[in-house]
Structure formats: C-alpha cells, structure tokens
Design a protein around this ligand. Sequence first.
Ligand code: SF4
Length: 370
Amino acid sequence: MTTIADVLDSMTVEGELYEALDDQALRCFACGHRCLIRPGRRGICQVRFNRDGKLQVPWGYVAALQSDPIEKKPLFHVYPGAEALTFGMLGCDFHCAYCQNHLTSQALRDPASDLAVSLVRRISPEAMVELAKRSGAEVIASSYNEPLITSEWAVSIFHKAVQAGLKCVYISNGNATPEVLAYLRPYLSAYRIDLKTMQDRHYRSLGGVLQHVLDTIQGAHDLGLWVEVVTLVVPGFNDTTDELMDAARFIASVSPEIPWHVTAFHPDYKMTDPPPTSVRTLLRAAEIGQEAGLNYVYAGNLPGRMGEYESTYCPACREKVIERYSFVIKDYRLTAQGDCPKCGTHIPGLWSAHPERVRLNGFGMPRAIY
Ligand code: SF4
C-alpha cells in the first residue's frame, strides 16, 4: 500500500541545512530540534530523512496555495493592502493540540492523512512566481505548515521571487536556528513568529522549547528582518496577567517597535475544552502590551469589537495613521517615507513608496488559486 510518506519521499532533493557525521549519520539544523538522524531514519518533523548518509528534504510541491491579504498573516507593518501568494507543504516540528492548520501541519501524524495526499500538487519555483505575478501579488509567503522544515524549497522559490521584484515572508513557530536564519536572510523581508506561551513546560507539551523561540525573535530582529509577533490567547493556557506581561516585556526588551498581535482562540482540532477567548480577556492582553511599553499592539480575530486595537496610531501624537477592519484597510495616511502625516514621526515597518496606490476597502477574503 502506498503511504503518505511514500508519496512525499518521491518529491525530495538533497538538503543544504545539515552536516554529515560518522557512520552515515547526519545532523539537521533547519529547526531548533537539531535532529541526529541515522541512515534510513526520519527527523521529528517526519518529512526530512537520511538516505544513505544524505539528508533528503521536501521539494517541488505545495499542499495549500492561496492568495490572501497580508493582514491575514497577520503582518500589519508590511505593505498594507498587499496580496500575499501563500503556500504550504506538509508536516510540522511541533504538535500543538489547537493547531489551526492541522490538515497540512499534522498530516504525517494523523490518520486523516489520505486526505492530505489529495492536496498535494507538483509545481516548480518558476510557476509559483508566475502565479504570483498573474494574481497581482506583491508578496510570497510560506505558511500553513511550519516553513522552517521546508526551507530549501522556500529558498528555491524566494530566489526567483526576489529577482522578479516580489517580497518574501515567513509565518513561523519560531523554532529556528542561527544557521537557518542566515540561510533565509538574503531573501526574507519579514518574519512573523508565534510566541505561544512564556512557560517552558507548556512549550514542551507542544513539542518546542521556549528559549529557542525567544532566541529566534532576538536573532531575526538582530539580522534586520522585520519581525511581528503573535500570541494566540488561550483561556487557562497562557492568559494570566503575569504570563502576558512576561511575553510583552520580553518583546519590548528586544524592541518596543515590534508589533505584538494578541489573537482570540476558537476551540479547534484536539483542544476543544477551553472556551473561546472573550473580548474582555483580549482587551486586557492588549492593554498589558501597551503597559509593557510596546508601541504597536493589535488585537485580532474579533473584528469590530477591539476598538483602537485594530488600527495603527502614531505613538507620538496618537493620530490614526492606518485604519483597519479585520483584514481590510479602511484608510491609509502614512507618507511615502512611512511617516505620520500630522507630526512627522517615522512609523517603523515596510511601507509602500506609493501611498496613493494602497488598496483600500480591498478584498479582505482569501482567494483560492487552484
Ligand atoms: S527540520 Fe527540525 S525536526 Fe525536521 S529533521 Fe530537521 S531538525 Fe529535525
């Protein structure tokens, strides 16, 4: 019987993010797990494996491909209103019980994987870039599963995308290594990182290590990538005032300019017990972010109920410089240099040099590409 692993193993190439060890063993450093993989064995992510002393890695397919508003990533300080052609493969190095992309991320761990196989489409990097251009996208994003574990494929696409004038972004759990960040740096413009909890024991229950994620936030910022951080606020998991304050203070210690998105949890996948995050809890989280000194705090997943926390305000004069409703830009008032039109304060981020062309009241809805 052909398994999902058989199908995926036929779409691999030799990877670059590893070192060969004695006896045909190898060490992968595409993510913070740094798996030691012996011949014939797989890494924790299940999609990278050792064939005769060489690391085989996923290449040449997508399992999800969609054009989204970049606000959906969420990235709020990266070319507002832009369309992001977003692709994903299969597999993940974490196993979060509340995964919102479990069909792609957990495909190799779940019995429903037959369905995931039907999502797989072979495609070339050239065709991806062509699709982006044809669909009017200004950005290509790797998301839906954990992009770090398929970084060679992402770089194959990004290399051509950058040549074609597109910007490239990662939507990641932040379980990176200095080596993979250096590998991505020539192509990436922005890195959106999940900070899921400030308790290491909770991170370990999801398959991660807190310090790796904190190091990635610091490391990506130090490399000059534009970083935005997201914390999904899950009742009973990470929503105490102390924990949220720890998260906000850590981000502020890296830079108070890093946008922090606190987003509402909805019961999903294997985590169906906690109730959805209330408006009150989310507003409390956002206020904690401001109190910790962060200049840009956003509250998401509850459109129209988050008041000022959906829009961007100048931290100096409180002028509303970008007005949003959910993923839609209602008003865009930054100058071509990204400055506040009232007091001239620079708002950090990656901004359009042509503010008059920013898409207002745009689609706000994802568009399937297939
Ligand atoms: S990407 Fe991470 S989990 Fe997968 S093999 Fe490499 S180190 Fe292990």
